[in-house]
Structure formats: structure tokens, C-alpha cells
Design a protein around this ligand. Structure first.
Ligand SMILES: Nc1ncnc2c1ncn2[C@@H]1O[C@H](COP(=O)(O)OP(=O)(O)OP(=O)(O)O)[C@@H](O)[C@H]1O
Ligand SMILES: [Mg+2]
Length: 260
């Protein structure tokens, strides 16, 4: 079992801005190894932007992002790329290459970043596809698949290099509840089989309550975070009406289907 008490990713007094427009200030939280950490909050509060600060796509206006003890934004571009080699990212659109088969899509990171020979890569690709319930679909093109299958194929590509960190932006957007439930289960399975730490932007309450071990709640009005911690605990203990409203869908009471 991995040691879950180690902070593998921390954000310290971070501010986020687009030019003069300050989006967020005083964002501080820590993510432990093996966490499924949810970034949540209403539309436009800065969830995707915060994710971009964590994966090296946008420099914060102030504050620090620490991978272990390494100050992510203090280093050079190459240092950040090195750290990001340990991460898999699944963007909202999924973004598979439509002219490539699933197997070719999943093989890309392995061809680019390893010296493995083609037969080994082919074997790894089939294994990654089987992990996301797509065994035997390697020769299909993205356009031949359902939305849920495309998401899973993008997930297979994101885990091609056995990442320590997996980042997702709204993975279940556009999926039906059964399909998104299966995606949640897969995220849990992959966390366990890869020993990965998962950071996920979502506003799906079902996902939040079923898979999150830790979370941060951002607010557009306050331009900061209103809470951090386990969402099940947050919904019971928070005294902030905005947090309660979000986590109870405006009913003031946690959904009856939350289980400990
Ligand atoms: N490229 C940009 N240039 C200027 N402002 C931007 C840019 N991208 C986002 N913003 C501003 O930052 C705010 C937060 O955007 P962001 O995409 O991070 O929010 P979000 O919480 O992910 O929203 P959603 O739930 O709709 O995905 C937006 O409302 C917008 O005003
Ligand atoms: Mg977003």
C-alpha cells in the first residue's frame, strides 16, 4: 500500500489572473499521494485555470505550486516538462487524433518518450486498452466509437506512460449517468493499479461524493476558495451557505444516497 500521508502536490497562497483581471487569490491546499482530489465550484470560478497552473500551461500571478518540495514555476520550461512526464492529462474534449486508430493514439506517448521496440509498445497498448475496457478495439478510429468509448481511449493514452499524477477536466461532461459512473469506477481502479494521485475538475455531485477523498471549493464572487477537505465531511461541517448550496443542490441537506 502506498504511503498516503505524503504531500505530493501543494498549492501555497496562489493567485490567478488574466492580465489585470484577478480571478483567484489566497489559494492554499495540499494533495496527498493516492488522493482523488476534486476541484469544484460554479461555472467560471476558475477551475480549469487552476488546473492549468498545476500542469504547466499557465503561470500563476503569485504563490507557489510544489511537486513534493520542488517549486514548479521557479524552474525552467525544461524542468516543468520533466515533472510533467510523470503526469497524464485528459482534457475536456478528449482530443484523440481522428486520423489515427485507437492503438496508434495510445502508442504515441510511448513512441515519443521511450526507447521501447514496436512489439513491446504494441503489447503495452493492448494492455492499456484492456485496462479501460477497450480490449480488441485497437484498430477502430475515434469516429467509430461512442462518446464514452472515446473518453476511455483518451484515458488509455493518458496512462500510457504509467503516470504518478492523472489530471482530468470534466471527464464525464456529455456522458450519460451509467457511462459516467463506469468512468468513475475506472478512475478508482487506475488510481489503485498505477498507485497514482488523481486531480479532477468536476461539478458532478455523484462523482464528487463517490470518488473524492479531498477537494477544494472555489468561488467566483469571493475570488478565492471557500473550503478544502473531504466533500462528505465538508457538506456536514461547512457553515458557508455557498458551499452548502452547491453540495446539496440547493436543498440544504446532503443527498440521501451519500454513503460513508
Ligand atoms: N483565456 C482567457 N482570457 C481571459 N479571461 C479568461 C480566459 N480564460 C478564462 N478566463 C476568465 O476566467 C474565468 C474562469 O475561467 P475557467 O475556465 O477557469 O472557469 P471554470 O471554473 O473552469 O468554468 P467552467 O465551469 O465553465 O468550465 C472565466 O469566467 C473568464 O472570465
Ligand atoms: Mg472549466
Amino acid at each position: 500500500m502506498v504511503n498516503q500521508n505524503v504531500n505530493v502536490l501543494s498549492v501555497v497562497d496562489l493567485s490567478s489572473a488574466y492580465g489585470e483581471f484577478v480571478l483567484l487569490q489566497h489559494i492554499t491546499f495540499s494533495i496527498r499521494r493516492g488522493d482523488i482530489f476534486v476541484i469544484m465550484g460554479g461555472s467560471g470560478c476558475g477551475k480549469s485555470t487552476l488546473l492549468r497552473h498545476l500542469i504547466g500551461l499557465k503561470r500563476p500571478a503569485a504563490g507557489r505550486v510544489l511537486y513534493g518540495k520542488t517549486d514548479f514555476w521557479a524552474g525552467e520550461d525544461e524542468d516543468r516538462q520533466q515533472i510533467m512526464r510523470r503526469a497524464g492529462v485528459l482534457y475536456q474534449s478528449g482530443a484523440l487524433f481522428s486520423s489515427l486508430t485507437l492503438a496508434e493514439n495510445v502508442a504515441l506517448p510511448l513512441q515519443r518518450y521511450t526507447n521501447l521496440h514496436e512489439p513491446v509498445i504494441a503489447e503495452l497498448v493492448e494492455f492499456k486498452l484492456s485496462l479501460v475496457d477497450l480490449a480488441g478495439f485497437g484498430n477502430f478510429y475515434p469516429s467509430e466509437l461512442s462518446g464514452g468509448m472515446r473518453k476511455r481511449a483518451a484515458l488509455a493514452r493518458a496512462i500510457a506512460l504509467d503516470p504518478e499524477f492523472l489530471f482530468f477536466d470534466e471527464p464525464s461532461a456529455g456522458l450519460d449517468p451509467i457511462t459516467s459512473k463506469r468512468l468513475d469506477e475506472l478512475i478508482l481502479e487506475l488510481r489503485d493499479s498505477l498507485g497514482a494521485t488523481v486531480i479532477i475538475v468536476t461539478h458532478e455531485l455523484a462523482s464528487i461524493y463517490s470518488i473524492a477523498t479531498n477537494a477544494v471549493f472555489l468561488d467566483r464572487e469571493a475570488k478565492t476558495m471557500l473550503a478544502t477537505g473531504n466533500p462528505k465531511k465538508m457538506v456536514r461541517e461547512s457553515t458557508n451557505p455557498v458551499v452548502i448550496d452547491f453540495l446539496t443542490r440547493g436543498t440544504g441537506k446532503p443527498p440521501a444516497w451519500i454513503h460513508e
